[in-house]
Design a protein around this ligand. Structure first.
Ligand code: AGP
Length: 610
């Protein structure tokens, strides 16, 4: 996902924008740039491939006294990572400058129209059509504001835009459609960012832009008009609950390890104010407001991508077993294009850490007008998905900055247990036992983390294998999928997650001494003996086996090659303990391979393109 940062005020704008872009580096990108006007109102446009700090030598060559600037980090969707393709993009007269996050789906038609009007393009990007189109309408309508509105009306696709022009050197225009943008409010200064993390150190007072908002920002004034509702919008600022120190690395080598080791805190934060164990109560304020509708649901469809999708698979078992409500989990990217019956008594639950994943947003847009209840399980407060749903539950896990999701999964599954208990209304024999189990879960999670040295030892023994099979049953089947994804994402080693019972239907053909299996074989699974049979099937074919077993299970140690012992736990909470272990397993292999753990190649933290 690209990053946008802007500033207008009394400080040095280019420094603020540069620091803001660096705060967004964790999201993955391949080039960066920024623009500001010098004292003679001439544009200084600086862009470069590679890291944000590569802009510094270029900045040092220009006069940096400026109070307005916009900048961008690019994650290429159209065109290679080159300085030409980097943002900001400009019109041929170099009087209008734009940074863009999203995709302009009709850019080819617009590019052809503008080329016929005599415009010349210098990049392969879709974004470059935006300043050209604004220029075209500005010259036609003789008014920048009207020209900009006309240009926006022609765009099809998604965008978050920051726009400046040399006629108004003290103004930033900002607008969005399906891509996040937030204004930071300061004292005689304003900030603009695609992610609050970029401006956290300056202000926590923010205004989240909504789709079709067009904000006109000067240093002491903000005006917001909503172009679809054709009226000025009442400005509502909010206070971010992020705490700057939360999003700092501390003494960890990278964010991923920090976020794995936050598991006990993550579980506690997910439950604060929600798990009233001594009263045997689960209180979800975000769902209470739609209780009247929840009483009549007969099906839940969970949508998500990647790790969030796997958390949803755990949720399927949970809600069906605890609340006896049919659940179907679908990949958001598939859900959007399926033709399926969807009754008003179906609830859609969108799970997303970033709250900006385009596929998941598209899934929610699909059911607009269906009359069904839309719920969100989201980490990023005020994010698009959070605001697209009727109600929901925030993770409160704090910013997750490593591209590979870890604490978000732990939080999502913890909250899905709470949601399942909430929907069960206590009518379940395991209800109180599970509540008590969650109270003890942070301690058990810490016990897994205390195993880190042993997990690392096992991981290093297997770090050079080229393929892995991950297997599990019941709650641990989604864990196997998630564990395999973690390994793929950060070590680039091929890994497949499978239901343990399925391997005899084909995958067993893969097994030989070069193809190890990670088998989640914990006591809490009622199907442990069947999983052990699957392990035996692998053993007889010479496959190396690492078992995740429950402390004290000596029988498994006699069958497999290596064992990692986990605390005993109930099924649903066991999935969380297995996940923490598999996160560390993948982490230590990636660390041994010397890879960029927080920003794996080819990946972005939040995929805002379909
Ligand atoms: C998980 O480690 C990956 N980074 C990715 O699969 C991620 O879970 C997926 O893109 C969904 O992101 P979201 O939770 O922010 O919607």
């Amino acid at each position: 996902m690209c990053g946008i940062v802007g500033y207008i005020g009394h400080k040095q704008a280019s420094d603020i924008v540069l620091n803001g872009l660096e705060a967004l580096e964790y999201r993955g990108y391949d080039s960066a740039g920024l623009v500001f006007f010098d004292q003679q109102n001439r544009p200084e446009l600086i862009k470069q491939t590679g890291r944000v700090k590569n802009l510094l030598p270029l900045l040092d060559q220009v006069n940096r006294a400026n109070q307005l600037a916009i900048g961008h980090t690019r994650w290429a969707t159209h065109g290679l990572p080159t300085s030409n393709n980097a943002h900001p993009h400009t019109n041929n007269d170099q009087t209008i400058f734009v940074v863009h996050n999203g995709i302009i789906e009709n850019y080819l038609q617009l590019k052809s129209l503008l080329t016929n009007q005599g415009y010349t393009f210098n990049s392969e990007t879709d974004s470059e059509v935006i300043p050209m189109l604004i220029d075209y309408y500005y010259k036609k309508l003789k008014n920048f504001d009207n020209g900009l509105r006309a240009a926006l009306a022609d765009l099809k696709g998604t965008y978050a835009l920051a726009i400046i022009n040399s006629q108004q050197p003290d103004t930033i225009y900002a607008t969005r459609l399906s891509s996040p943008l937030v204004i930071g409010v300061g004292q005689d200064e304003h900030y603009l960012a695609s992610d609050p993390n970029a401006i956290l150190e300056h202000t926590k007072k923010v205004i989240f832009l909504e789709d079709y908002d067009l904000a006109i920002i000067s240093k002491n004034k903000i005006e917001i008009n909503n172009l679809s509702k054709k009226r000025r919008r009442k400005i509502k600022s909010e206070l971010l609950d992020y705490d700057q120190e939360k999003s700092e690395l501390g003494n960890y080598p990278n964010f991923m390890l920090k976020e794995i080791f936050q598991a006990p805190t993550t579980i506690k934060e997910a439950c604060v104010g929600r798990l009233l164990a001594d009263q045997g109560l689960v209180k979800l304020g975000g769902l209470e407001m739609v209780n009247s509708q929840l009483n009549y649901i007969d099906r839940i469809v969970i949508v998500g991508c990647g790790t969030s999708y796997y958390a949803g698979l755990v949720g399927e078992y949970l809600i069906e077993e605890l609340a006896n409500i049919p659940v179907e989990v679908q990949l958001a990217s598939e859900f959007k294009y399926r033709k399926e019956p969807f009754s008003r008594s179906t609830v859609i639950l969108a799970i997303s850490q970033s709250g900006e994943t385009a596929d998941t947003m598209a899934a929610l847009e699909k059911v607009d007008g269906y009359g069904c209840l839309k719920l969100g399980l989201v980490n990023a407060v005020g994010s698009s998905i959070a605001r697209m749903t009727d109600a929901g539950v925030y993770c409160h896990a704090g910013p997750e900055k490593a591209v590979a999701s870890t604490k978000a999964f732990i939080s999502q599954v913890t909250i899905l247990i709470l949601i399942a208990l909430y929907l069960s209304k206590g009518n379940n024999q395991d209800y109180q036992a599970l509540i008590n189990e969650i109270v003890n879960l942070p301690t058990k999670a810490q016990a897994v983390l205390d195993q880190a040295a042993n997990i690392k030892k096992v991981a290093l023994k297997y770090k050079d294998y080229a393929n892995f099979l991950y297997i599990g049953r019941g709650y641990n089947y989604p864990c196997a999928l998630e564990g395999a994804l973690k390994l793929k994402e950060i070590t680039y080693i091929h890994a497949e997650g499978y239901a343990a019972g399925e391997i005899k239907h084909g995958p067993l053909a893969l097994i030989d001494k070069s193809f190890p299996t990670l088998a989640i074989a914990v006591n809490s699974s009622p199907l442990l003996n069947k999983t052990i049979s699957n392990i035996e099937e692998i053993k007889t074919r010479g496959g190396p086996i690492i078992a995740l077993a429950t402390m004290g299970n000596k029988k498994l140690a006699r069958i497999v090659d290596d064992v990692i012992y986990l605390p005993d736990a109930l099924g649903p909470t066991q999935a969380i303990l297995s996940a923490i272990c598999l996160q560390l397993f993948a982490y230590y292999i990636a660390e041994a391979k010397g890879l960029n753990i927080d920003q794996p190649r080819n990946l972005a933290k939040s995929v805002t393109v379909e």
